[in-house]
Design a protein around this ligand. Structure first.
Ligand code: NAD
Ligand code: FE2
Length: 422
């Protein structure tokens, strides 16, 4: 036990570093204000989208018609084993395309996984990439493509607008309905040494075309269906309550929320319900459109750190954290109003009811949805000794990168995390 003088000096140095940390967060918030006008004018491309059963094969037809000759399929070993990749490989090969398959992507791809993908693309002399997989695969293909054209390492691509060169044509077939990566400007790369999930943001990352084909999501087990679907819900809700309103963000976010509440329980209960699967793919796409403009928030900031430290799957971390963060945001007038609107949108109340009652009912419905699809209430992986580190990393990410509707203090962040494990 240190003597009283040493304890006092330790407390003073902690207070000093916490003041510095507070100033840093404040500076981030000011910078965010400057980014707001930019976010309105930077054009964000949208992929050409093929929708419906068979859409993946129609996309392959179209890739061949573009005159592309050497396509590398980027995917994971599980999807090859499930037979999801072969029909698309065969369709491209039948149209005279020289197809390679790189199935080395693992969940939350690390820098070395990305480097091996880049080596495979160069070895194949790929003139285009086709990503077939969940968010991990699509993100990996985006970064691999950026690495090939820019010659940069993944670490050098982290941040805003670092690609700097036109990408090889990139196509995406999402096999989960959650991340919306097929339409977003973002890709996540995991730094395994610092246990951080780092974000690459660049409009060039948006794929040229995507297929939303329910057939390829049919094999997803209920647990992955639930977690990834709740990732999409988190995108829609976080973008909708944020401070940067875009007219079309509202439309896409509200539509996604409505579709997820109506279809996620069905998709989890019966994986062969192709109508629900299709609706979930569309909802994930709409949520992606919403957050690529209006960003995400505290749920993602916490979840990225928890994912980097303990390997908690992204969707699962978000699903557990979402109601806790919404409990906190409800006290902010803007967020309360938007949560009340979402309650009305899902039929949980009428527009003339008091806002606070409606907002609370929406949060209750999120908890109920979690329970229905088997999401636990607590974040079991999080160790209480790590809470200060998780809180600090999350506050940096949230205040630097996202226009959150209320400024959470470090103490509030730690208290929220403690409630998640209590
Ligand atoms: N780029 C973005 O905008 C964005 C947005 C949100 C999340 N992300 C990132 O995406 C990653 C998570 O992606 P995810 O949630 O889609 O999961 P994932 O891609 O990591 O896949 C999870 C597991 O599901 C399996 N799987 C995928 N499709 C399947 C299918 N149809 N049938 C059976 N198994 C299947 C995969 O093999 C894998 O084992 C995280 O790294 C996250 O940070 C990116
Ligand atoms: Fe997400």
């Amino acid at each position: 036990m240190p003597d009283p003088e040493a304890r006092a000096s330790l407390a003073a140095s902690r207070q000093g570093s916490s003041m510095l940390f507070g100033l840093r967060l404040f500076a981030y918030r000011l910078l965010k204000l400057l980014q707001w006008p930019t976010s309105r004018v930077v054009p964000i491309p949208r992929p050409t989208t093929f929708v419906g059963a068979g859409a993946a094969l129609r996309l392959c037809d179209s890739i061949a018609q573009f005159g592309l000759k050497r396509v590398l399929i980027v995917t994971d070993a599980m999807l090859v084993k499930l037979g999801i990749v072969e029909p698309m490989r065969a369709a491209l090969a039948a149209r005279g395309v020289e197809v390679g398959v790189h199935d080395g992507i693992t969940p939350d791809p690390t820098y070395d996984v990305l480097q091996r993908g880049c080596d495979a693309a160069k070895a194949h002399r790929a003139d285009a990439l086709l990503a077939i997989g969940g968010g991990s695969v699509i993100d990996a293909a985006k970064i691999i493509d950026a690495m090939v054209v820019s010659g940069k390492s993944p670490a050098k691509l982290v941040g805003m607008l670092k690609v700097g060169r036109p990408m090889l044509p990139l196509f995406a077939v999402p096999t989960t309905a959650g991340t919306g990566s097929e339409v977003t400007v973002a890709a996540v790369a995991t730094d395994p040494v610092r246990h951080l999930k780092n974000i690459v943001i660049d409009p060039r990352l948006v794929p040229a075309a995507a297929a939303l084909d329910p057939e390829v999501t049919r094999a997803m087990p209920p647990g992955i269906t639930a977690a990834t679907g709740l990732d999409a819900l988190t995108h829609a809700v976080e973008s909708y309550v944020n401070r940067w309103p875009h007219a079309d963000t509202a439309f896409h976010a509200v539509s996604a929320v409505r579709m997820i509440f109506a279809n996620l329980p069905r998709a989890c209960a019966d994986g062969n319900d192709l109508e629900a699967r299709q609706a979930m793919l569309l909802a994930s796409f709409y949520a992606g459109l919403a957050f690529t403009k209006a960003y995400v928030g505290y749920v993602h900031a916490f979840s990225h750190k928890v994912g980097g430290m303990y390997g908690v799957p992204h969707g699962l971390g978000n699903a557990i954290l979402l109601p806790y963060v919404l409990d906190y945001l409800e006290d902010a007038p803007l967020a309360r109003r938007r949560l009340a609107e979402l309650a009305v949108a899902i039929g949980a109340g009428a527009a003339d009811e008091p806002q606070s009652a409606l907002a609370q009912r929406f949060v209750d419905r999120v908890r109920q949805l979690n329970r229905t699809v088997g999401i636990p209430d607590k974040l079991a992986a999080l160790k209480s000794a790590d809470i200060p580190e998780v809180a600090r990393a999350a506050m940096v990410e949230a205040h630097r990168d996202y226009p959150v509707p209320r400024n959470m203090s470090l103490g509030e962040a730690e208290a929220l995390l403690r409630r998640c494990i209590a």
